[in-house]
Design a protein around this ligand. Structure first.
Ligand SMILES: [Zn+2]
Length: 496
């Protein structure tokens, strides 16, 4: 059978543009060598290949039975099937040439093909992504997206903060470093023989474009610094984000904030995230607009959004960079004790910004989300962080993706919600199960509100999870949407 599967895999490579017809015999021979085979019968006819995950499953299992490798865990299996796909994946030089050839026709053609390529190589594991549960919840801020992610492990905010302070000495330094391209991996670091990155020039600095292997949303891309340097929000970041959307006008690009608690999961390697997805935040309306006196060609407004967002628009990207830099500079040093905003305590900085850039027709647009990572005895994980009563659903940092209106929830929730639904229908005590005890108090708040049946329960739970997501975004908002909060927001705007 292995000969048949090798033929099937090469056919898959040919059909998906991974293998050039000129390389067919060469790639076949590489695969034979991987399995220690010296004989091969060329198949009489080409059969339609199965799904890539099925072909790879059979091949890795064959190798295990023949004693070529061990595949006791998913991590080991991933190392092996990536090694196999690496033999089908063209070298970076070929992939980059193809990307820029298409880019010269249109940026959209280039990213379309590169996205398809990243799935065809199994770098994006479509079979796993398809298992993610996704739904939309209507809220007062518009339709918010929720996804229960089943392909990436949950990270503890404390662990993220610790990793951010660590000096890396390994190779590759981290999961984002360019040295991952083609890397064989090991138990503690994923294999990337099938991974290819595209160099992009942002304000005369080298960055690389790649897709996230976990694709939380359509064409979820990562734009990483050439060097392993820490995240830092500054004027240059605003300019780089705008330079990216200038070159890829069909994409959004944003950056996580540069401080723990309010930042993303990797603070140690400067990177942005973008993609081609209409996030709820992009559709949010203005609550009010005003004019920044020093920047007459910049239109400014506050968004109707659970977090505190200033939206800037201008025809010239440079005007936006200057206005954004002014807001960041003032915000970094801004303290308003009445609103519990402290720019620093004991020399530790708290204020930062999560910026998001996009094009709106001919205009450049920049959303600046004001962030503060102060902690207190009452809120040891952060005052502007999901509060304890919501931790059973979401305790992780509110990063860039959540800020934009897409909740990425941990895999454990799927099991817990299934059991919660079963117990509610059976009228069993939620506190009796380990899976549902942490959700009991929350569920009791809404059970009585609904007519619950087998048909309606799943949608009700989904809706209530969406309501929690709105609450945790409101927790992360530095200015609450109350008369006092609005007045405090205006006090800040006056300083600009
Ligand atoms: Zn790195």
């Amino acid at each position: 059978m292995i000969q048949e599967w090798i033929g099937e895999l090469v056919t898959y490579g040919l059909q998906n543009g991974l293998v050039d017809p000129a390389d067919e015999i060469y790639v076949t021979n590489q695969l034979l060598a991987l399995f220690g085979l010296t004989e091969y019968t060329v198949p009489a006819e080409r059969k339609l290949p199965r799904k890539i995950s099925h072909i790879l499953e059979d091949m890795t299992e064959y190798g295990r039975q023949m004693g070529i490798w061990q595949t006791d865990t998913i991590t080991q299996k991933d190392l092996i099937d990536t090694k196999i796909m690496g033999l089908l994946t063209p070298p970076p030089s070929v992939v980059r040439k193809q990307f820029w050839r298409l880019y010269s026709i249109s940026p959209e053609k280039a990213t379309d093909a590169y996205y398809r390529f990243s799935q065809a190589t199994n770098y994006i594991r479509k079979d796993r992504i398809e298992k993610d549960e996704k739904w939309v919840v209507d809220t007062e801020y518009g339709p918010m997206d929720i996804t229960i992610n089943l392909s990436k492990p949950e990270k503890d905010p404390e662990e993220i903060a610790r990793a951010g302070r660590m000096v890396h000495a390994g190779y590759p330094c981290c999961l984002l470093c360019k040295e991952n391209e083609g890397y064989a991996g090991q138990i503690a670091h994923p294999a990337r023989q099938n991974h290819r990155i595209i160099p992009v020039n942002l304000c005369s600095e080298t960055y690389y474009l790649q897709y996230s292997p976990y694709v939380y949303y359509r064409e979820h891309c990562i734009i990483l610094n050439d060097r392993h340097v820490p995240m830092k929000i500054d004027r240059a970041v605003f300019a780089k984000l705008l330079d990216f959307v200038r070159q890829f006008p069909h994409y959004t690009a944003g950056s996580n904030a540069d401080l723990p608690i309010v930042g993303g999961s990797i603070l140690s390697h400067d990177h942005f995230q973008g993609g081609r997805y209409p996030f709820a935040m992009a559709k949010a309306a203005y609550e009010f607009t005003w004019q920044l006196k020093a920047f007459p060609d910049v239109h400014a407004g506050i968004l109707k959004w659970p977090m505190s967002v200033i939206r800037l628009q201008a025809e010239k990207a440079d005007s936006l960079v200057q206005a954004a830099d002014r807001i960041l500079t003032v915000w970094r040093k801004y303290t308003d004790q009445n609103a519990f905003i402290f720019s620093e305590t004991e020399g530790v900085q708290h204020n930062t910004i999560t910026p998001i850039a996009r094009r709106r027709g001919q205009l450049y647009e920049l959303d600046l989300v004001l962030r503060n990572n102060i902690t207190t005895e009452d809120f040891p994980m952060g005052v502007f962080h999901p509060h304890a009563q919501y931790h059973a659903i979401k305790k992780e940092n509110i990063g860039l993706i959540e800020v934009m209106g897409l909740a990425v929830l941990p895999a454990r929730l799927q099991k817990e919600m299934a059991e919660l639904e079963r117990r509610i229908l059976a009228k069993e005590d939620l506190k009796e199960s380990e899976l549902t005890a942490v959700h009991a108090q929350w569920a009791e708040q809404w059970i009585a509100k609904y007519e619950i049946t087998e048909e309606t329960i799943h949608a009700i739970v989904q809706k209530e999870i969406g309501n929690v997501f709105v609450k945790v975004l409101e927790c992360a908002g530095v200015y609450k949407r109350t008369p006092e909060g609005r007045a405090a927001f205006h006090r800040f705007l006056e300083k600009l």
